[in-house]
Ligand binder design. Structure first.
Ligand SMILES: [Zn+2]
Length: 290
């Protein structure tokens, strides 16, 4: 009985207090350890974030530098492009001047001398009586003196809003024979005998019409190379409008040193044509000469 009583005995104060103190100290120590541990983890996370941020900042700085470099390069390229375009423009104008001043055996190219004159060299296309391309190139050549007269006439037409359209000008002499052999006996009257040559072979005759400001041909007595009475100036059936246009064309051409033939309203000779030699230089040869 005495021993049992001893087991339910309230512990002695002297033993309880140190135990509680020990527990408190242990808890505080453990708490502190956990706190310190968490703090360390937080600090480490913070540090990692900071390092990441620094890396991003560095990347951003690098990108900005690269961007600035690119912008500078772009500016330089724009400058080079501008210079190149200016030089190109200058070169083009020089080529134009050179082409316009080119003269070979007394012939010049009207295409470069007066760009307002429309060149539709029919014999350099298949749109002609032979339905084949006769001339190698569509460059319109004329005697220098004849070209100057034609440009003056064109200036006069421009005052009324019209311009010249050329169908034929200088014709290498051997084509006179080719044409002669291509057309029927009856139509040969529309071509100069190859034995004597044509004023076209001198570069001193032009086949032309007039166009308005929209590039539309004015009504004339007939189409180009229409081998019939319709092409004749003497045709009494020409309507008033076509006659008026033909007479206006004739008047200005005559005032600027050209003469006419009756069989073809579109043909005009330089009044000095007989002073110039018959030539058989090909258009290709003219182009290839420096
Ligand atoms: Zn002609």
């Amino acid at each position: 009985m005495g021993a049992k009583k001893m087991m339910f005995k309230i512990p002695d104060n002297k033993k309880v207090i140190p135990t509680i103190i020990f527990i408190i100290i242990l808890s505080v120590t453990l708490g502190t350890i956990v706190y310190i541990n968490n703090s360390n983890k937080l600090m480490q996370t913070n540090l990692t974030i900071k390092q990441d941020l620094d890396k991003e900042r560095n990347k951003n700085d690098k990108l900005q530098l690269e961007n600035n470099e690119l912008k500078q390069n772009n500016d330089k390229l724009s400058e080079v492009k501008e210079k190149f375009e200016e030089e190109n423009k200058w070169l083009k104008s020089q080529v134009k001047k050179l082409r316009a001043s080119k003269e070979y055996k007394g012939l010049v190219a009207i295409n470069y001398l007066d760009e307002s004159i429309v060149c539709d060299l029919r014999y350099a296309s298949e749109n002609n009586f032979g339905h084949r391309k006769f001339y190698s190139d569509a460059l319109v050549l004329l005697r220098k003196e004849t070209a100057q007269k034609l440009i003056k006439a064109n200036e006069e037409f421009k005052k009324k809003g019209y311009r010249i359209k050329i169908w034929d000008a200088y014709r290498p002499r051997h084509f006179q024979q080719v044409f002669w052999d291509t057309v029927s006996d009856e139509d040969r009257k529309y071509f100069a005998n190859p034995k004597y040559g044509s004023n076209h072979n001198r570069g001193a005759a032009v086949d032309i019409t007039l166009i308005d400001s929209d590039g539309k041909e004015l009504l004339m007595p007939s189409k180009f190379d229409e081998f019939s009475i319709k092409a004749s100036r003497k045709n009494i059936k020409i309507c008033d409008e076509a006659r008026e246009n033909m007479e206006y064309l004739t008047k200005v051409m005559k005032e600027n040193g050209f003469t006419i033939i009756n069989s073809e309203w579109w043909h005009f000779n330089d009044s000095n044509c007989k002073e110039y030699p018959l030539l058989d230089i090909s258009i290709k040869e003219f182009i290839s000469k420096e």
